[in-house]
Design a protein around this ligand. Structure first.
Ligand code: EPU
Length: 426
């Protein structure tokens, strides 16, 4: 496996960076391509990521044709004709997000068998809300031998209150409801931009989804769906990662095509710290002098709160800001593992349950570190840019799940960064 080597200390990022389509949008969009029984679906602005390859294989495993034209960032899906109703362990086990195929398969086939997703380093991540919602719509659910089997000749519209606005459960139930009999109301639904993107595609396919982006979704079932064309929304987390990278290196970077509204919770905190953020025609410009930034308190919450997917990267920024900053992680119970790696780079911090106190502003030192999950890997690379000397980040399989050409993009902005294969630097 590859490693990333960073020579840190004096890096100041400057220039422009292009943002890809959102990983967390395209995965459920691919699940939605299972639904149409007429026409093909074309997704554009698709990022080239290992999670996308995995989801393509999950969908292909259902006997659906999936063609990924990487040169054009387009995926064409043909789900006409008979499809299978089992998503095998071989693919599902590689990625938790593949559980979102359960709703679409069940809605289309009346029966679905999907392997139970396994454990995860950032938290236990149960799927009870997905299953409870489907049961309220009339599905009989059984869990046996590591598989979930769901059966309902025809799903029925229902009112579902979600105890927590889970992103994946909202997506699963929204897709299932498009072909149900009658009206489904999802209360306390997730409001992330990726939910809105999914609703847009479903409506283009002929579905009737209202209220996406608010806490109440109303879905009136239709008889069948057809293929459609859709541009995947920009990746607000990739954009946010570069915003943080610019701020912590006292940089001046234009994040091209970043959407202000989608990054509002992050931008609010950056500006509270003293970072200059400006909306320009081509995107969002971030400028900062890190020696003048102030410490802040941040609490992760479902959208429109501060995104948990920016938590690790933001702690890297907190590490260079003089004074005590506080990070409270409320969405996942085990998402501070990157901090233990940053401690090895000289960061002073204390962790008490969901709260991390970060004593920032000390000069960090480069060290060999290991990424523990996707966002942790980005955070460690950013930290390597401000630490003195050499940082080597390993376990890049996590990074490749969600960032396309991360090191090339940072290098083009001025970072001293290389990617090497593990063997060549044994
Ligand atoms: N939860 C339950 N029961 C459920 C579902 C969720 O208790 O049935 C809990 C989870 O255990 C967790 C919380 O609710 O503590 C949030 O989970 P949610 O279902 O909202 O997250 P997800 O759909 O599994 C998506 C993103 C994650 C992102 C979260 C939160 C995708 C593919 N993944 O996961 O992205 O952190 O929403 O915003 O969209 C990442 O990109 O690095 C990543 C982990």
């Amino acid at each position: 496996m590859d490693k990333i080597i960073i020579e840190g200390g004096q890096t100041r990022l400057s220039g422009e960076v292009k943002i890809e389509g959102a990983k967390n949008a395209v995965l459920p969009l691919l699940a939605a391509t299972i639904l149409p029984t007429e026409g093909k679906t074309l997704l554009r602005n698709v990022p080239i990521l290992s999670d996308v390859f995995t989801m393509n294989n999950v969908v292909r495993g259902l006997n659906i044709q999936v063609d990924f034209d990487q040169a054009k960032n387009e995926i064409l899906v043909d789900a006409r004709g008979p499809i299978l109703d089992e998503a095998p362990y071989e693919y599902v086990s590689q990625m938790r997000a593949s559980i979102v195929v359960l709703g679409p398969i069940l809605a289309r086939q009346g029966h679905a068998k999907v392997s139970m997703p396994g454990g995860c380093t950032i938290g236990s991540r149960p799927i009870d809300l997905h299953l409870k919602g489907l049961e309220l719509m009339g599905a009989e659910i059984h869990q046996e031998g590591g598989d979930i089997t769901a059966k309902a000749d025809k799903l029925k519209g229902a009112t579902i209150y979600m105890d927590f606005p889970s992103v994946g459960a909202t997506q699963n139930l929204m897709m299932a409801a498009t072909l149900a009999d009658g009206v489904t109301v999802i209360e306390n639904a997730a409001r992330e931009p990726e939910i809105v993107d999914l609703a847009i595609l479903l409506n283009k396919m002929g579905a009737d989804v209202k209220g996406a982006g608010t806490e109440t979704l109303t879905i009136t079932g239709v008889k069948e769906l057809h293929g459609a064309e859709h541009d995947v929304v920009q990746d607000r987390i990739e954009a946010g990662t570069f915003m943080v990278a610019a701020a912590m290196t006292s940089g001046n970077v234009l994040i091209k095509d970043a959407i202000w509204e989608h990054n509002r919770p992050l931008l609010a905190k950056l500006m509270e710290m003293g970072v200059k953020a400006t909306e320009e025609k081509g995107g969002i410009r971030i400028q900062a002098n890190r020696d003048q930034l102030k410490p802040v308190t941040v609490k992760t919450l479902p959208h429109p709160g501060f995104p948990t997917d920016m938590q690790a990267q933001f702690t890297a920024l907190m590490a260079v800001v003089k004074g005590e900053s506080t990070m409270i992680e409320t969405v996942f119970e085990n998402r501070f593992q990157h901090l233990e790696e940053m401690r090895r780079m000289g960061l002073h911090l204390e962790i008490l349950r969901e709260t991390a106190l970060i004593h920032g502003g000390q000069q960090l030192q480069g060290a060999p570190v290991m990424s523990t999950d996707l966002r942790a890997s980005a955070a460690l690379i950013l930290t390597g840019m401000v630490a003195e000397g050499k940082t080597v980040v390993s376990k890049l399989n996590h990074l490749d799940r969600g960032y396309y050409q991360f090191h090339e993009k940072l290098k083009a902005l001025g970072a001293k960064i290389e990617r090497v294969s593990e063997d060549s630097h044994g």
